[in-house]
Every structure is written in C-alpha cells, then in structure tokens.
Design a protein around this ligand. Structure first.
Ligand code: HSE
Length: 368
C-alpha cells in the first residue's frame, strides 16, 4: 500500500479534495499521513480509518522523504520552499500539486486525465514524477469543449471568463458576502419606502461603494454590484497571467505540435463558486450545430448539453445550477453571423471540483 502525505488539506481546495476522497472511499487503498504547517503533534480531525492519526510537520524533510506520494494544496510558497529541497535530497516520489508554479517545468505534466490520459501514462513510463493540476478556466474549458480538441477541430478560441470569488480564495469569498451584507444593511429600510425611487437607492449604493469604509481589503475594489476585468499579475504583452495560461497550459495539456491560440479577457464576477466562460470558437471546418453538439456530448459523461432556449438556459446554464457537482453545463451553441466556421458556446463548471481538486484526486488514483 502506498504511503501518501497530504499537505494543505484544510484549505478550500484541500477540503473539497478530502471530502471527495472520503465519498469515493479512496482512503481505503492508501496509507494516509496528514501534515500541517502550524499544528504538528495534534490529531487529525477527520473520520478516516488510517493508521497515523498524529499531524506531522509539513517542513520535516526527513518524514516527507519517506513518502511514496505527496499531494499538496498548500500553495505556491510551500511548493517553492519544499519541492526543490526534496528533489535535491534525492527524493524520487510522486509530487501532485494544485499550485501553479511547477506547471512550467519541462519535466512536469499538467494533469486532466479525461483529456490527456495517454500523455500522463507515457510520462509515468518515462519516469516523470511531478504532476500538477491545471488552471481552473483551462481545465473547465478542456472538459467542456473536449470533443472539439479531440478531433483537432479548433483553429482558435477567443474567450471572456466570468470567474467566481472562490478562484481567488476563501477570504475573497467571505469578503464578497460581507460586501453583499454591507450594502443590504445600509439600504434595506429604503426598499419598500414608496417615497424613495430606485434611482435614489442606486445612487446611495454607488456612494457606499465609493466610500473608503467599503469592505474591500482583499479585492481592493467592490465586487458586489460590480465586476473586475483583471485576474492575476500583468505580463509584458498586456495580458494578465490568467489570460496567458489559456494558450500555454492548454497546449501543454494537449501536447500539441502546432500551438492552438486561445486568448481573451478574464473577469472576476460576484459569483461565489463556479466559473463560466463565453467562447467564440473558429473551427477548422464548417460543421452544423447538431454535429458540434454531438461531438461535445459524446466526449465525456460530465458534459451536459443545455438546449439553446430561454428556460433551460436560465435554469441550467448557471453557476448556481452546477456548484457542488461535477457537471459541465454547455449551452448557447450557435453559429455566429461572423464566419461560417465561427461558433459561440457558453460553459459553466465548478471551479473547486473539475477546476481544482478532481484532476488531482484522479491522478492519485492512477498512481495507486
Ligand atoms: N486563478 C483562478 C482564479 C483560480 O483566480 O479564478 C483557478 O486556478
């Protein structure tokens, strides 16, 4: 039985991973050891039948070196501090990581097995030991549009994202809820007051949002009643790093010979958990909407095609309808009046499941 160390399992992505693993009984097949960066010596607060109930020190290189597999959702800083030390010391175990910093290594694989299982297997056979989950919008796009990539139909993609606060982290989610409450608490007495017009209420809300007391320590701007068309650092060509990842990570996952260009604008919206993306896709050939629908639908069992009508769209093609599930809702599939090979597709998926923890869980399963 493989000994697997879990780091960062208490955070948001880590806890979603652990809950999935409990649900799928994945702990039955491993000897799990839980690590902590701050409370070693304590006992694990999880109801898992494993031998070692004592929390181990996540900075203890000796203990880490004894593991067959390390799976970390602790973040880039931890990875930078520990990964290279361990490898330098000769540790030859498997490292599975949710953080982004190892994705650019030559000898790492970005894992999304419904898309690149053959590449993952090939790399395991070649002795590669570092496997990293992809960026959430990239993984969700590939899972939603998998069929188009499988048959090499994509010429290019332009995308606008609608990314939930969860992608930024738990304190950002909390701040969004605090912002919602802040506005409501300040104006609720006016909503049913017939003498106050909606424009007066809207002006009052705008004033509140521009006030220095408005709670925005993390986002640095209001997200509620607003949006932020910027995610992550600026890079030299005017893109943000989140936008840059579209082409780099997609092509690394697909192991393409010719680069498929994917670019657009990544936008944070006032959604708590699931990410949405609006794609303009130029195909390499003229296919009918029915053809495309069939190709998308038959690629994997998680794709749920949402018929292009009002009622299904507002009920099923939304963050609130997919949050907490593995479903990838794919809809608004239509030919654009721009070019016969251009299509629009709108897709929604859970950022914490397919967008973060599920590819890691499945990679662990592959190794054990
Ligand atoms: N960078 C993403 C976001 C998180 O900010 O939404 C998923 O990788």
């Amino acid at each position: 039985m493989k000994t697997v160390g879990f780091i960062g399992w208490r955070g948001m992505v880590g806890s979603v991973l652990i809950n999935r693993m409990i649900k799928k009984k994945d702990f039955d097949g491993i000897n799990a050891i839980f690590f902590t960066t701050s409370q070693h010596g304590g006992t694990i607060p999880l109801n898992i039948k494993n031998k070692c109930r004592i929390l181990q020190d996540a900075y203890n290189i000796e203990i880490l070196s004894s593991l067959d597999i390390i799976i970390t959702c602790q973040g880039s800083e931890y990875t930078n501090k520990i990964y290279f030390q361990l490898r330098k010391k000769g540790w030859n175990g498997y490292w599975i990581d949710a953080a982004s910093n190892l994705r650019t290594l030559i000898d790492s694989v970005i894992v999304l097995d419904p898309i690149n299982l053959n590449l993952i297997k090939k790399k395991i056979n070649m002795g590669i030991k570092t496997f990293v989950g992809g960026n959430c919008t990239v993984s969700l796009m590939l899972m939603s549009l998998g069929g188009l990539f499988k048959y090499n139909l994509v010429d290019w993609i332009s995308v606008s994202t609608y990314q939930a606060a969860s992608g930024a982290g738990s304190k950002f989610m909390k701040e969004l809820i605090i912002q919602m409450g802040y506005i409501y608490n300040h104006i609720s007495h006016l909503i049913n007051d017939a003498s106050v017009s909606i424009i007066d209420i809207e002006r009052k809300i705008s004033t509140l949002m521009n006030n220095t007391n408005f709670p925005k320590k993390n986002f640095l701007a209001p997200l509620v009643n607003n949006l932020i068309p910027w995610i992550d650092k600026k890079i030299n060509n005017g893109q943000t790093k989140e936008e840059w990842k579209g082409t780099f990570e997609t092509n690394k996952i697909l192991n393409t010979n010719t680069i498929i260009p994917i670019d657009g604008i990544c936008v944070r919206v006032a959604t708590l958990r699931s990410h949405s993306q609006s794609f303009t896709i130029k195909l390499k050939k003229d296919l009918s909407t029915d053809n495309i629908t069939e190709i998308l639908n038959s690629h994997n069992k998680w794709v749920k095609i949402i018929p292009n009508n009002y009622s299904d769209t507002i009920n099923l093609l939304t963050p609130s309808s997919v949050s907490g599930t593995l479903s990838l809702s794919v809809g608004r599939i239509k030919k654009l009046n721009i070019d016969k090979n251009c299509f629009s597709i709108f897709a929604v998926g859970d950022q914490l499941l397919w967008g973060a923890s599920e590819p890691l869980r499945r990679m662990l399963k592959l190794l054990i």
